[in-house]
Design a protein around this ligand. Structure first.
Ligand code: TPP
Length: 683
């Protein structure tokens, strides 16, 4: 019979040897960190995490985030040893293991459920995709915000059951990344006491000692952010770690940072080279020596000694099973008392929307003076927010400009966990990472700033796209038409760069009604994020009796024809659609038949049938003009090699918006001229 200490040690060393063997077999990856952090992972999972391996989607489970995603083998080993069961695409537990030993043997190989970095949707038990340092920690802030929101919104007397804790393992690299500072500052401000980052201060990164580039006192930094800071000392001291994690559980007013000191590739004293410990397998000899240091005999690989799986089952497994079962039966009692709230909670979990959620959306009458699309977006957002209580979000300090403050919903703050207007402060990157965390907990999150500052948030947008999270970005001030603020505030290349991101749907509405439709689409779209590109300036509300209905859903549509086969196609997005409408009338006076195509979303258009696309942009009309106050990149796809693109392939200008537009060639005359040149070419 082994004693408990011995089983702890055996389990920890099994995590280490699995990690070493997997990296060795893959001949790539980072072996050192999972080896060093094995006791930390073990302690969190086996002693604290409320997680049921047989019910991995239990809504109130604690979340574990491996922000140092390069140490992915740590997580895969834990998932394997604790017997986490697979969940299929329909969210059903299949009874099969989430991570088999074969998956571990195929670490980093095609088709393995153990990819190089943890990926949401590939491996059950991975709560968020991590790998780009800083993203995991920042995402965890949104998870913790969501937990508090869910607890506040759905909790009832005697049913204080909807929250959860979020545990994160972070590395030096996480702490160096700017986004962790933004996120920690926000978490401290909000007093997220359900959030615990365990910072592995091993003082080594890829290029060598952290002394090369990182000398601040992280503990003091976090104290200044308003966190509780605990030092656990040596990462191998399970009891010290247990003590500080217990202190986290008892802290009610602030997030906790636990600092542990580990030594990379623990157990491998011969390993001096930090680059080797990071970017490369240990080598067979090193593996053998390390295993010997753990008292591991023989040369067998991927060994899970007897007793380890049982030990996890009796610890994490039994505790989690009991908690999730109790929670589920309590939820049934909740359902009896509060059937409406229970149904709503389930709707949140499954990504549904209340029936009739879009009934109150505004409709705009034709209006030549017009409405800024950001204003119409604000009105649409408020209408949706009234129907969908779990739609929440905010701006990086530009709420009044982005029109994202929702009326009558209160501010989310340390005192008010259920507010729905979130003041993210001037922290675009952490805002979008937090939005990812909220979306991962089922909430519908939106995040707003000027389009030009989407660059500041791009890594989080990329992860939202990769994870297919239904986050909505409200990007206003979407062209050089912004005017006086000048080139620093005038987006140029942003639309092209966002369109280049797989999985992100970009929508640039032409008028108020297209902006409303953009929201209708975005809310119904649960397969990935949507970025809206909205004007600061008023744009005429298109007369929908005269022209086509705002068909945002199909990405592009014929707004108006001039009868018969068109001589020229005028295609545009956003504020430039109006120029095309006016140009069409002038062209008609010159007996040139122009078709105006509003193209709010390339991605949505590309998803349509060939027939539909052909019906909008017929291949036998080669005379084509595209108009968009943004970089030209990509428009060749629609105008062809000989088409004409009126665009902005330079930085903007500081002047009133109308003057900038005129100066950069966005006039009706210029569109008419380009159209005539296109038609002439072909005569
Ligand atoms: C944003 C980002 N930049 C660079 C990398 C490449 N990278 C992987 S691990 C690492 C540094 C590892 O050092 P540390 O964060 O201290 O982790 P540990 O030494 O504990 O493994 C780097 C730079 C990355 N994953 N993400």
């Amino acid at each position: 019979m082994r004693g408990p200490d011995e089983l702890d040690r055996l389990s920890i060393d099994t995590i280490r040897t699995l990690s070493m063997d997997a990296v060795q077999r893959a001949n790539s990856g980072h072996p050192g960190t999972p080896m060093a952090l094995a006791p930390v992972g073990y302690c969190i999972w086996q002693r604290f995490l409320r997680y049921d391996p047989q019910d991995p989607l239990w809504p109130a489970r604690d979340r574990f985030v491996l922000s140092a995603g390069h140490a992915s083998m740590l997580l895969y080993s834990l998932l394997h040893l604790s017997g986490v069961e697979e969940v299929d695409a329909a969210c059903a537990v299949t009874g099969r293991p989430a991570v088999t030993l074969d998956d571990i043997k195929a670490f980093r190989q095609l088709g393995s459920r153990c990819p190089g970095h943890p990926e949401l949707g590939v491996t059950t038990g991975v709560e968020t995709t991590t790998g780009p340092l800083g993203q995991g920690v920042a995402t965890s802030v949104g998870m913790a915000m969501a937990a508090r929101w869910l607890m506040g919104h759905f909790g009832r007397p005697g049913f204080d059951m909807f929250g959860f804790d979020v545990y994160v393992v972070a590395s030096d690299g996480d702490m160096m990344e700017g986004v962790s500072s933004e996120a920690a500052s926000l978490a401290g401000h909000l007093g997220l006491s359900n959030l615990c980052w365990v910072y592995d201060s091993n003082r080594v990164t890829i290029e060598g000692s952290t002394e090369l580039a990182f000398s601040e006192d992280v503990a003091q930094r976090f104290e200044a952010y308003g966190w509780r800071v605990e030092r656990a000392g040596d990462a191998n001291d399970l009891e010290a770690l247990t003590r500080v994690l217990r202190a986290f559980g008892e802290t009610e007013d602030r997030p906790t940072l636990v600092i542990v000191d580990s030594h990379i590739a623990y157990g491998s004293p011969n390993l001096q080279d930090s680059h080797k410990a990071h970017g490369a397998p240990l080598g067979e000899e090193e593996v053998r020596l390390a295993k010997r240091a753990y008292g591991w005999h023989g040369s067998d690989e991927f060994v899970v000694p007897e007793g380890v799986v049982e030990h996890f089952r009796d610890g994490l497994g039994a505790r989690g099973r009991e908690a999730s079962t109790a929670w589920r039966s309590r939820f049934e009692r909740y359902r009896e008392s509060y059937p409406h709230a229970a149904a709503r909670f389930e709707m949140v979990q499954t990504g549904g929307l209340p029936s009739g959620w879009d009934r109150e959306m505004p409709v705009y009458e034709s209006d030549a003076k017009g409405v800024a699309t950001r204003s119409a977006s604000g009105a649409a957002l408020s209408a949706v927010a009234r129907a969908v209580p779990w739609l929440l979000g905010g701006s990086a300090d530009l709420g009044p400009s982005n029109k994202t403050l929702i009326e009558g919903c209160g501010d989310l703050s340390s005192e008010n966990a259920t507010g729905r207007n979130i003041h993210f402060g001037v922290r675009e990157h952490a805002m979008c990472a937090a939005a990812n965390g909220m979306a991962l907990a089922g909430l519908r999150a939106y995040a707003a700033t000027f389009l030009v500052f989407s660059d500041y948030a791009r890594p989080a947008l990329r992860l939202a796209s990769l994870m297919r999270l239904p986050v909505v970005y409200v990007f206003t001030h979407d062209s050089v038409g912004v005017g006086e603020d000048g080139p620093t505030h005038q987006p140029v290349e942003h639309l092209a760069s966002l369109r280049a991101m797989p999985g992100l749907t970009v929508i640039r509405p032409a008028d108020a009604n297209e902006a409303v439709e953009a929201w209708r689409f975005a809310m119904a779209h649960t397969e990935g994020p949507v970025a809206m590109s909205l004007t600061r300036q008023a744009v005429p509300v298109v007369d929908r009796e005269r022209y086509g209905a705002p068909d945002v859903r199909r990405g592009a549509y014929v707004l108006v024809d001039t009868g018969g086969v068109p001589d020229v196609l005028l295609m545009a997005t956003g504020s430039e659609v109006q120029l095309c409408l006016e140009a069409r009338e002038r062209l008609a006076n010159e007996s040139v038949k122009a078709r105006v195509i509003s193209m709010p979303s390339w991605e949505l258009f590309e998803r349509q049938s060939r027939e539909y696309r052909e019906s909008v942009i017929p291949s036998d009309v080669p005379a084509r003009v595209a108009v968009e106050a943004a970089a030209s990149m990509g428009w060749e796809r629609y105008v062809g090699r000989n088409g004409s693109v009126l665009c902005v392939d330079r930085f903007g200008l500081s002047a009133p918006g109308d003057d900038v537009f005129r100066e950069l060639g966005f006039t009706v005359e210029a569109v008419v001229r380009a159209a005539l040149a296109q038609v002439d070419r072909r005569r």
